[in-house]
Design a binder for this molecule. Structure first.
Ligand code: IP8
Length: 262
């Protein structure tokens, strides 16, 4: 079984000031995903459908009083509805390509504690997989057992780490809008070099690969999650979803340029 993460930055226009889908990319990516040849779970990021709301309502920050509580409660509803809409658009596109994609809303069965998954029953996902479906989950806003914050953002990357450990996963492929992990931020430093293999001992600058539009920590957040997975013995690879053909190669088990985390 493979887990494929489709980055929100590839599916949406991430720096837009309102939730905006990248129709051309979504269509191409869905066509490429259709080449999969083994059981697969897809987890997609939130892009402009999630990060704008999450930032506006400061979901995950300490609740400061009754007004702030009401504001954040509404913010949770709006964020959930927005990412669910993105999920609907993603699965509809996958259906067009004849992929039996079933959208599964993380906030209906996952509860966080201090921003990390605390409750999550994976039986339903297993059942859909066993029956030949492709479960499609996504970064969401969820309840949090920490009473000071009550709600938190659950990144798709954290969902991947959790599911990869719980279900029998052979490979994790994480697609984004860059080729992989660099020695510095490739968007601001033309001399930044792609790193082929990252382990817990690889020295990385804290600012390398950061994305300001991302409340869940951009590439730095992904590296943290994937290193945790590596500690557990599961290798993963970061690839660029914006380069035509990459996803197709990856889901059909062939080699793609990118960074392996092990
Ligand atoms: O794009 C974030 O998920 P990610 C989820 O996978 C929200 O980091 C709601 C911002």
């Amino acid at each position: 079984m493979i887990i494929l993460k489709l980055g929100g930055s590839a599916l949406t226009i991430k720096d837009a000031d309102k939730p905006t889908i990248d129709d051309v990319n979504l269509d191409r990516i869905a066509t490429e995903v259709a080449s999969y040849n083994q059981d697969m779970i897809i987890v997609h990021g939130a892009g402009s459908f999630g990060h704008i709301h999450a930032r506006k309502y400061a979901i995950g920050d300490r609740i400061l009083g009754d007004d702030d509580k009401s504001n954040k409660t509404m913010g949770l509803c709006l964020t959930q509805a927005s990412v669910q809409l993105l999920n609907y658009k993603v699965i509809s596109k996958l259906h067009e390509k004849n992929i039996p994609a079933v959208g599964i809303k993380p906030s209906t069965f996952i509860v966080n504690k201090d921003k990390r998954i605390d409750e999550c029953d994976t039986n339903l996902i297993r059942k859909y997989l066993d029956d030949g479906f492709v479960p499609v989950l996504y970064g969401d806003a969820v309840l949090d057992k920490n009473d000071e914050i009550r709600y938190s953002i659950l990144s798709g990357d954290q969902i991947i780490t959790y599911l990869a450990k719980k279900l029998n996963t052979d490979r994790v492929i994480l697609s984004s809008d860059v080729d992989g992990i660099y020695t510095d931020n490739p968007k601001t430093n033309p001399d930044a070099k792609l790193i082929d293999i990252v382990t817990k001992d690889t020295p990385l600058t804290t600012t390398s690969n950061d994305n300001q539009a991302d409340v869940t920590g951009g590439m730095a957040g992904k590296i943290r999650e994937l290193l945790e997975l590596a500690e557990y013995g599961i290798e993963s690879q970061i690839i660029n979803a914006e380069k035509e053909g990459n996803i197709k190669l990856a889901v059909s088990g062939r080699q793609v340029k990118g960074t392996i985390i092990k």
